[in-house]
Design a protein around this ligand. Structure first.
Ligand SMILES: Cc1cc2nc3c(=O)[nH]c(=O)nc-3n(C[C@H](O)[C@H](O)[C@H](O)COP(=O)(O)OP(=O)(O)OC[C@H]3O[C@@H](n4cnc5c(N)ncnc54)[C@H](O)[C@@H]3O)c2cc1C
Length: 387
């Protein structure tokens, strides 16, 4: 067993780190204050090919593994930036790659790899269903060679900065489905022709700079050739993309956590109060050391999850564990940084409060940590389901 990163992984880390240097804290601060999309950063990352990490070379991507993809996102967040404006471009295409027809792969993957198509929107959540995805009501009715879709989604991110979206809808009503997880279908939706017409995107203001929307879908026509995978099996198709998403999100949390810890250490080493550096006080030093250990532990779990994913082994336990451990480690590191900085933690100029706000999202999305615990309790430990 070897826990060292290989030479290629180290080169990737360095190259992404170098690219991120061009986007200093002032860039992200301004984006946050103006609530603007990080277009310049996303363009640069796309141009360098990093968002095509997981697309096989055959389709124009880099053909890298989950560990390398994680390093890319980790480095973005470690630099003080945020991968959220574009991380989904990396993994949403996984549904096409794993379940799409060869025709769909050839048609879309090379364009996604080049960034000519942004597929970074994924429409699952609905207000009434919440975490209980099988209860979604958005319905796709077959009419000849097309489906007509009606419904409402909530918290659907990057819609205004995507060309296409993967959409989960019911094709058999919940009550008539043979199993509650059946009768859901995955559609590839062209947003370019439909936004403002059959899809109304109403922005939801949040505590972070994140473009997310309520979607009102009215008589959206999607050709049958845009069904991804098998009709009725969409729930299962998205399930196996979730491990990838959870490992990548953990990587972002780990990058953010290291950023918080480095900032805390630097501040504790230079801020003098009562004629000594605040870091000399164990009340300041120990929480930083403790936060560091929690991140290192989460990092190991992320590493194991990514390695198992790349070995095509079942990594549900590790991917879910990494998501919970990394998001909690981040929460801790963010809180410790706030405390270490004292009043300055609240000043926008130090960036601590911005990253503190951003850290909150990972406890909730893409899955809440309670639902992760439920997965561990039932699937891993064999206790009964509560729902
Ligand atoms: C900024 C942002 C961006 C997002 N982007 C997207 C996106 O692009 N696409 C998309 O589809 N979704 C997106 N989401 C939605 C996100 O995935 C959901 O918010 C999340 O899965 C939780 O669902 P919910 O908000 O409906 O919470 P609920 O399901 O209402 O849960 C509320 C609370 O109750 C707890 N809870 C519920 N049931 C149980 C239970 N059985 N046992 C224990 N605890 C329980 C939950 O853990 C949670 O703490 C986004 C959300 C946010 C905030």
């Amino acid at each position: 067993m070897d826990f060292e990163f290989n030479e290629i992984q180290e080169v990737i880390r360095k190259q992404v780190r170098d690219l991120c240097q061009k986007f200093p804290a002032s860039y992200w601060r301004e984006k946050d204050q103006k609530k603007q999309y990080a277009e310049e950063f996303v363009n640069e990352l796309t141009k360098a090919g990093w968002l095509a990490a997981l697309i096989p070379e055959k389709y124009g991507g880099a053909g890298l593994g989950m560990l390398e993809a994680g390093i890319i996102l980790e480095e973005i967040n470690h630099s003080g930036g945020a991968a959220t404006p574009c991380h989904a471009q990396m993994y949403t295409m996984g549904a096409i790659l794993r379940h799409g027809s060869e025709e769909q792969k050839e048609k879309y993957l090379p364009k996604i790899a080049k960034g000519e198509i942004r597929l970074q929107s994924f429409g699952v959540t609905e207000q009434e269903a919440g975490s209980d995805t099988t209860k979604i009501k958005t319905f796709a009715r077959r009419e000849g060679d097309s489906y007509v879709i009606n419904g409402k989604k909530v918290f659907i991110s990057r819609v205004q900065h995507s060309d296409m979206m993967l959409l989960l809808a019911r094709t058999t009503p919940y009550e008539k489905a043979e199993k509650k997880t059946m009768g859901l279908t995955l559609f590839l939706v062209d947003l370019r022709n439909n936004i403002g017409k059959t899809i109304q995107a109403n922005p939801i203001e949040t505590m972070i700079n994140h473009e997310t929307n309520e979607l009102v879908i009215q008589d959206l026509v999607v050709p049958a050739e845009n069904v991804v995978g098998e009709e009725g099996r969409g729930f299962y198709h998205i399930l196996d993309g979730m491990n990838a998403e959870r490992i990548l999100v953990s990587s972002e949390c780990i990058g953010d956590s290291y950023w918080f810890i480095e900032k805390s250490v630097a501040y504790a080493n230079q801020r003098v109060v009562f004629d000594r550096k605040i870091g000399e006080n164990q009340g300041v030093q120990f929480p930083i050391a403790d936060a560091y250990l929690k991140v290192k532990a989460a990092d190991l779990m992320r590493y194991k999850a990514a390695v198992k994913f790349d070995q095509k082994k079942d990594c549900g336990e590790e991917a879910n564990s990494a998501k919970l451990l990394a998001s909690e480690a981040l929460s801790r590191a963010a809180d410790v940084a706030m405390t270490t900085y004292g009043g300055n933690g609240l000043a926008t100029s130090t960036d601590i409060e911005r990253k503190f706000r951003e850290s909150r999202l990972y406890l909730v999305a893409p899955v809440t940590n309670n639902l992760v615990l439920s997965y561990i309790g039932t699937h891993v430990l064999g206790m009964p389901r509560s729902f």
